[in-house]
Write a protein that binds this ligand. Structure first.
Ligand SMILES: Cc1ncc(COP(=O)(O)O)c(C=O)c1O
Length: 396
């Protein structure tokens, strides 16, 4: 059969670093080992029943068997506006300042295509969520990395960026609570971001995927709570993490009207919005009791405490994440993140994601997802504790 050559655009897409990890894990599982997989970001809990029931009921409504309105149902955009008002005290116009997305990922990948021309510069956090890179590649734009260091609380230091790069930048991605580091943003950092963006004419895209997940009684702040934020950017929100709806593929963009208009325009050409019943159930998720969210955050916090506590007990100097469902662990001296992840897989049958997969500045760390039971997490810590090499390296 003839094999057609992929377009230059497809060939320019970043290689999926984590695909090779999946292969390695598959081999160890195939050998019959009991593998504890902490390498992924797929929520393990179910969608709360009242949301599932809303979908079941709505699925029978013939109205939703027709095409949905191109830019989504107004009731969903109104629910989004009510949610932002209630949770963050942020007021938006539901028709002009909200765009319905096929999951957060879709929006993040679309935005560079909406705003950039080939060769335009985008500031991207390093380490960071690799899907930002995909959107930049599809827009044929150029990435410039903003290093995130632990001494700055994994917030970029705008003063350290090359002025020439900053002058050219048109777009910037931020993400707090952060994947992979678990760091959270501060009011002053967001205020600084708004002035930086205003000064340099940069559009800020704040990825708020883990917006609901903050620990120790600290609710993560929305970028839009910062004065002037709507003038310079948008926030991307997803139902995947807050309501365990990763398989449903729904999210929204909220904020600056011109960016929302651009997203809607691109989507007019790509899709005919989402299944109306999903939109109805999503509105239920936003508007009804948030007890399920409170319980979910408590579950992750308890897992975090158990896992981080167990690692600290064995002498591994790790810090507890302030938000998200990830822990970002420094690898022992003398190890690369990939070799250390291989060691954990081969000798402890524990899967972690090597930091290098999130960018050059992810080197020196591995990422753990707190997405399995406390028992399995502490079992993982027990297995790690038994490794001779680990003990020697850590206790040096
Ligand atoms: C930082 C970050 N942003 C966005 C997403 C996208 O989530 P979704 O496409 O499921 O809405 C994820 C998912 O893992 C993520 O970790």
């Amino acid at each position: 059969m003839k094999s057609f050559v992929q377009s230059e655009l497809l060939q320019s897409l970043p290689k999926q670093f984590f695909a090779s990890l999946v292969d390695k894990v598959g081999k160890v599982v195939a050998q019959g080992h009991d593998v504890i997989n902490l390498g992924q970001g797929n929520p393990d809990q179910q969608t709360p029943p009242h949301i599932v029931e809303a979908l079941q009921k709505a699925a029978a409504n013939p109205k939703y068997h027709k095409y949905s309105p191109f830019r989504g149902y107004s009731f969903l955009k109104e629910a989004v506006a009510a949610f932002y008002q209630r949770e963050y005290g942020v007021t938006v116009d539901p028709e002009r300042e909200v765009a319905v997305l096929f999951g957060g990922k879709a929006g993040l990948v679309e935005i560079p295509q909406c705003l950039l021309n080939p060769g335009d510069v985008v500031l991207v956090p390093d380490p960071g969520y690799p899907d930002y890179w995909s959107g930049v590649a599809l827009a044929r734009a150029k990435m410039e990395m903003m290093p995130l260091y632990s001494e700055n609380g994994f917030l970029p230091d705008y003063r350290q960026l090359d002025e020439k790069v900053v002058e050219k930048a048109k777009l910037m991605f931020l993400n707090y609570p952060n994947n992979p580091t678990g760091a959270v943003a501060t009011d002053s950092f967001f205020a600084e971001t708004v002035s930086f963006a205003q000064k340099h004419g940069i559009c800020v895209v704040h990825d708020f995927a883990y917006g609901a997940i903050g620990f120790d009684g600290q609710k993560p702040i929305s970028f839009l709570q910062t004065e002037g934020a709507k003038d310079v950017g948008i926030e991307i929100y997803t139902f995947s993490k807050t309501y365990n709806m990763a398989g449903w593929r729904i999210g929204f963009a909220i904020g600056n009207e011109s960016v929302i208009t651009a997203i809607n325009l691109l989507q007019d050409h790509l899709y005919v919005s989402l299944f109306g019943a999903i939109q109805e159930a999503a509105a239920v998720a936003l508007l009804e009791s948030q007890q399920c969210v409170t319980e979910l955050v408590a579950l992750y916090e308890s897992r975090r405490n158990a896992f981080i506590g167990a690692l600290q007990e064995i002498g591994w100097n790790v810090s507890a994440p302030a938000g998200s469902f990830f822990a970002w662990l420094p690898v022992p001296k003398g190890w690369t993140s990939e070799r250390f992840a291989d060691l954990l897989l081969e000798q402890a049958h524990v899967v972690v994601a090597p930091g290098i997969g999130f960018g050059e500045h992810g080197e020196g760390y591995v990422r753990v997802g707190l997405l399995t039971s406390e028992e399995r997490l502490t079992e993982a810590a027990r297995r790690i504790a038994k490794l001779d090499l680990f003990q020697q390296a850590v206790k040096k």
